[in-house]
Design a protein around this ligand. Structure first.
Ligand code: UT7
Length: 330
């Protein structure tokens, strides 16, 4: 029987219009544009403003644009996955809310949590439904309103994050699509990157709010070191496994720090022009970084191009996914 691949057949994104620049941050915490640029590569990030707006409000416009662009009717979608660390609510799943707002009625939908590695994990999971014939059209959404869990009094974390949503459509293809993935988890790394309260161990209370425990907590140095070594190792592993040529490959890395991205590209032997980067304008949008950067590079991609997606994040979670691109620029 001929193998069926899960191919990305369209990508879209949404970034909210409000921008938080390094100059703005200089007025909020003890930092400088020079430190931020040299240590992170980030110049500005987008922030979703407006009362009552959540993660789904960025995902919905991205999904609507993608359905229009790919000529897909909401009724044709049979599965929706959203990966996020900032769901609209603890439950129900944000994917359910997105499906409702878009008018998707014939699908089952659920959320997946793997922090910054969520998009890579999600594509791996979704591909199995396409490969087995269980689903024909799957929306894979990465969306995060990081500004809701960012402590804007903490200079070590507040410059890093931004808000955005990205989405891809996955469909069956007999030639191109997701070829392989390697995923890993080390739960002992949770102590370096987590949110202290709001879960079942430490529910929200006056004390947890006073202690600012509903914001993201990160010890940057250990996360940085692990991100470089794990993303580089796993990307080289998948490259060697498939004999992927460094001069033709595209690297699609999670955008957490420009220094991490450049180190991974160097370890893989790639020319910087083959490494997709847009962290300068968006910061770390957690689950949205990979579709957001793919969306910006979409017009440079041609049918048959080889891409390695890689991410590292809270958990610790990390992974690499090798795919071949399924369409030429419009
Ligand atoms: O997406 C999930 C995965 N997350 C990541 O991959 C993030 C990984 N980590 C990082 O990108 C880096 O650790 C940071 C960019 C967050 C920080 O860089 P670092 O080289 O690890 O710096 P550090 O936290 O060790 O801090 C070095 C110094 C400290 O000063 P002292 O103690 O040496 O006097 C910090 O207080 O830099 C200081 N510092 C700052 N200075 C100006 C920390 N944040 C700032 C700031 N502005 N915003």
């Amino acid at each position: 029987m001929q193998k069926i691949f899960a191919a990305i057949t369209g990508v879209e994104a949404f970034v909210p219009p409000d921008i938080l620049t390094n100059a703005d941050l200089e007025k909020m915490v003890d930092t400088t544009d020079e430190w931020l640029l040299s240590m992170t590569g980030i110049r500005e990030r987008h922030i979703l403003k407006g009362a009552g707006l959540g993660t789904s409000d960025m995902a919905v416009p991205a999904v609507k644009k993608l359905l229009q662009k790919t000529g897909t009717h909401p009724d044709e979608i049979d599965m929706v996955i959203c990966t996020t660390v900032t769901p609209d609510m603890v439950f129900p799943a944000t994917a359910n809310i997105i499906s409702d707002k878009v008018g998707i009625k014939n699908a089952f939908s659920f959320d997946m949590a793997a922090a910054c590695s969520g998009f890579v994990y999600m594509l791996a999971v979704a591909s199995k439904f396409i490969e087995t014939g269980s689903a024909k059209k799957i929306l894979c959404i990465g969306a995060d309103k990081m500004s809701t869990i960012t402590d804007y009094t903490d200079r070590k974390t507040c410059p890093l994050f931004g808000d955005a949503a990205g989405v891809v459509l996955l469909e069956p293809n007999l030639e191109y699509g997701i070829q392989d993935h390697i995923l890993r988890t080390d739960g002992s790394g949770r102590k370096y990157l987590h949110m202290k309260a709001g879960g079942s161990v430490k529910p929200a209370s006056h004390e947890t709010i006073d202690a600012r425990e509903h914001f993201l907590y990160q010890e940057g140095q250990p996360v940085f070191k692990m991100a470089v070594s794990k993303m580089a190792d796993i990307s080289v592993e998948i490259m060697e496994k498939h004999n992927l040529p460094a001069d033709k490959l595209w690297l699609v890395p999670h955008q957490a720090n420009l220094r991490i991205i450049e180190a991974v590209g160097r370890r893989m032997g790639l020319d910087p022009s083959r490494v997709m980067v847009n962290i300068q304008r968006y910061g770390n949008t957690t689950t949205a970084t990979i579709p957001l950067v793919l969306w910006e590079y979409e017009n440079q991609l041609k049918k048959g191009d080889q891409l390695v997606l890689t991410a590292f994040g809270g958990g610790f979670t990390w992974g690499a996914l090798y795919l071949t691109w399924a369409y030429d620029p419009a």
